[in-house]
Design a protein around this ligand. Sequence first.
Ligand code: NAD
Ligand code: DAU
Length: 340
Amino acid sequence: MNTQKTILVTGGCGFIGSNFVTMLIEEHPEFKVINLDSLTYAGNLENLEDIMDEPQYEFIRGDICDENLVSKILSENKVDGIINFAAESHVDRSISGPKVFVDTNITGTLVLLQQAVANKTKRFLQVSTDEVYGSLGDDGEFTEESPIKPNSPYSVSKASADYFVQAYQHTYGLETIITRCSNNYGRYQFPEKLIPLMFNNARTNKKLPVYGDGKNVRDWIHVYDHCRAILLAYSMGESGNIYNVGADCEKTNLEIINLILTYLGKPESLIEFVKDRLGHDQRYAIDSSKIRNTLGWKPTVDFDSGIIKTLSWYYNNKDWVDNVTSGEYKNYYSEMYENR
Ligand code: NAD
Ligand code: DAU
């Protein structure tokens, strides 16, 4: 008898999705994985090179907004559950062009929910973010009870999707889980985000564009620990619940940048303070006691070793960085930074 469960993972060619799919294939033979990804600028098949030929894995190129395609995948494959990573994920891009954030993050999530109900898919996990809670001052941490106060077009789109997920649980009885995680670091992150962007610039002796005074605080977690939390919440979480995920590791942006400079042996003079991000959230900090106490999750990668491993990965995988920063990235970079 085949006891393998089939999961539809969306956005599995992006940063966190590809780390998640690789973890499932390498460590969890009990799952078959179908990866639905439209391969936007942020999606890259190379991220899955290690596992792409495994019989447990199937890739489908397509858009989560395409309801016929989603319905066909769910009905033809007896999918047990959906884990939704697919999103436009970059705050800066949401400030310059919010429409696609509404399309993918809100409409796309709604299509997945509708088709999950129509096809009697059992479980739905929405990969959400701590940014739905807005910004903190010097003290305090976000709990699952914190008010939803998103500030950027990106975080508004994610908060809106979360509300749709909750409505589908309440109204149609779909089993849903929402995870809200803090900033991830690790291999395969697109170099529009702080760590790989600063690493790539410093390595090539380009200026490091620090927004504002560089004192904004982010709470960092290794992507592998986030992936473990998602799988645990999907497998063991109680339907209707939200789980915050974080590793209690707050750092200012300047602390992160200085670590990168030290690793590469580059001078601080590369740092350039530039015009701040509009509406820049000051500080995020996550209280993850609920998932720790109810599901027994805890982070396993400590920051000091995780960050060195990550920087070494970018150092040793220059071809990957060169590939993803050729072409369209050059236009993005010059529009974003050259007259800032
Ligand atoms: P990413 O931008 O690296 O990857 C997004 C993936 O989604 C890409 O592979 C892209 O091709 C795909 N995609 C985009 N639009 C699509 C569509 N319409 N249909 C199908 N596929 C589509 O993002 P990430 O950093 O890996 O984030 C993944 C998820 O985790 C997002 O939902 C994000 O909100 C959430 N999240 C990210 C972080 C973080 O630190 N990066 C933290 C918390 C939560
Ligand atoms: O908190 C979770 C969120 O973390 C996720 O939901 C998002 O998908 C993810 O992109 C991330 O959002 P941030 O806005 O925190 O990440 P980003 O890497 O864009 O920026 C981190 C900090 O670094 C932020 O304070 C802005 C600053 N920054 C960023 C860039 C790209 C700079 O100072 N200069 C830069 O060039």
